[in-house]
Design a protein around this ligand. Structure first.
Ligand code: NAP
Length: 511
């Protein structure tokens, strides 16, 4: 049986015990096993800090950008193999797998281009300089410089390739070496993606290490120049953060956690208009893409009370056209959940959510083997007040309609009951309604996606976390910030104020 390995201290390491089995979620068949038992985590950190870090910091932004370009190329070259592995290990259709794999190579490519534009410097100037005295003899410039430690990345099971790449792109461009840990359930895909990059021999020694399986005592060893970037559930994040060494040395932590994203339909949207078509298409895609196992998936659908029946009918009609089944087969839109545990959690979550089931109407016809769940649309008449729909993330193709009065104030109040989201989408062509809604929603969400007639043909849907825009959200969503162009580099860099004679300060900082 295939044993998933770790890539540490410049070598592939295969454990001999402590294995966790990996299964094909479409069949339940065991396809590989994973363990990191025996990995020397002190040596891993030493290798990153003493070998990878100095090599990266000796390079300019432009040179680091070239590394990202080469990583992107390696993943593009291995795309078909990764798609096949993702189908077997993650239960993805070709479209769902491509969202992960092409999203990874695309994000690396974007940061390669961004880094090229930063040129020959090693400091990243931050804003404009300021004169502090009567003359330019005393001047201030803020600038960012890479931290001296290791960037430890812990990722969720749903994006084994994009999750690795979007974090690695920012850390490597900033000048920090990466230790990446995929979720065990889908580590087979992440291992092969990293192996493709190692085989391409594009990175300096120590710049990238991979840990498949438990992180052992790795996190207890992190210190003031290290970074932990975590993606996963809020419960795991709380456990990981609660460490003495994190408190005593201020380890830099970024958390991307779960989120009850909302789609809000404006009261102006006509029954036969382009914007309603867009809303229906987007909501169904955001419910069903990757079988709803997306942190940015729509979980709450706010619909003006008088429009609930017709909107529910449109959504149900469209959901009825979604074919559930073996993701390797043509014509299948929705594969299984990734693990037996995910299916059990989703069923339990569905029970706890309550509400009236609008779709499917009756018993769905699902494959006998594997971890399949039908797309499920609920109506929560009590969703305008605190309750399970604002607390429970069912990580599956499940969403609830919440009737509301159509006002921006009410939309803002109801969405805020979720405690902070990654993305909120608004569908309207009424500029005044949108203006007030954006103002109400902005404090509780990381990204606002506006769907209107003018965007209908080109907008990618609210679930796409693009490298140009911020990914992260306040409160329950983790309070983190990733991507967003140069914003994504800040986690890996120390901001320093350099003061002195203007010409010298500008020469030193590139300001
Ligand atoms: P999870 O159970 O919280 O696990 C996330 C990661 O943490 C995995 O790599 C897991 O490794 C690791 N982990 C768990 N306990 C650990 C420990 N004690 N020490 C070190 N690492 C530990 O989440 P998941 O089930 O993989 O992913 C689903 C969740 O992630 C959902 O809630 C979803 O909303 C969220 N998510 C958020 C984003 C975002 O960007 N905001 C993106 C994707 C997913 P093992 O697998 O080895 O246990």
């Amino acid at each position: 049986m295939k044993t998933v390995r770790s890539y540490v201290v410049g070598e592939w390491y295969e454990a001999s015990d402590g294995f966790v089995p990996l299964v094909n979620p479409s069949t339940g068949e065991t396809i590989a096993r994973v363990s990191s038992r025996g990995v020397d985590f002190a040596a891993v950190l030493r290798h990153a800090r003493e070998v990878g870090g100095p090599a990266l910091r000796a390079m300019t932004f432009g040179a680091r950008a070239e590394l990202l370009g080469a990583m992107s190329k390696a993943l593009r070259a291995g795309r078909d193999e990764l798609l096949e592995l993702s189908c077997r290990n993650n239960g993805t259709t070709e479209g769902d797998g491509s969202f992960d794999i092409d999203g990874a190579s695309g994000t690396l490519y974007y940061y390669a281009k961004l880094g090229q534009g930063l040129g020959d410097g090693r400091f990243l100037p931050d804003g404009e300089g300021t004169q502090l005295a009567k003359t330019e003899g005393f001047w201030a410039q803020h600038a960012l410089t890479p931290r001296l430690g290791a960037a430890v990345h812990i990722n969720a099971f749903n994006f084994p390739v994009w999750g690795f790449a979007e974090k690695a792109a920012c850390a490597l461009l900033a000048g920090m070496p990466v230790v990446t840990k995929p979720a065990t359930a889908t580590a087979l895909v992440a291992e092969r993606a990293v192996e493709m990059i190692v085989e391409a021999d594009v990175l300096p020694e120590g710049a990238l290490q991979l840990v498949c399986g438990s992180t052992g005592d790795l996190l207890d060893r992190l210190g003031p120049q290290d970074v932990l970037a975590f993606t996963g559930s809020a419960a795991t994040a709380a456990r990981l953060r609660d460490r003495d060494n994190f408190r005593s040395t201020n380890v830099h932590v970024n958390v991307e956690a779960d989120s009850l994203n909302a789609a809000v339909l404006g009261p102006d949207v006509e029954a036969d208009g382009v914007t309603l078509d867009l809303f229906v298409r987007d909501v169904v895609r955001e419910m069903t893409q990757k079988a709803g196992q997306k942190c940015t998936a729509v979980r709450r659908i706010l619909v003006p009370r008088e429009a609930v029946d017709r909107v529910a009918a449109r959504l149900s009609d469209r959901l009825a056209k979604v074919t559930v089944g073996d993701p390797s087969r043509d014509g299948v839109h929705l594969g299984p959940l990734a693990t037996a545990q995910q299916l059990e959690d989703a069923r339990r979550g569905l029970e706890a959510l309550g509400g009236e089931r609008l779709f499917p109407d009756g018993e769905p016809d699902l494959p006998q083997e594997g971890y399949f769940l039908a797309p499920t649309l609920l109506l929560d008449e009590r969703g305008d007040r605190p309750g399970p729909v604002h607390e429970i993330e069912v990580f599956a193709p499940v969403a609830s309609i919440i009737p509301y009065d159509g006002s921006p104030a009410e939309a803002g109040r109801i969405v805020a009951l979720g405690g902070g989201t990654l993305v909120t989408s608004l569908y309207s062509d009424d500029a005044e309604w949108l203006e007030e809604s954006v103002e109400r929603l902005a404090p509780t969400t990381g990204r606002i996606y506006i769907g209107s007639e003018g965007s209908a043909e080109v907008a990618p849907g609210s679930g796409a976390a693009l490298p140009q825009t911020l990914h992260g959200g306040p409160g329950r969503a983790g309070g983190g910030e990733e991507l967003g162009g140069l914003v994504g580099l800040e986690l890996y860099m120390q901001r320093v104020a350099v003061t002195g004679e203007r010409a010298l300060v500008e020469r030193l900082t590139g300001g």
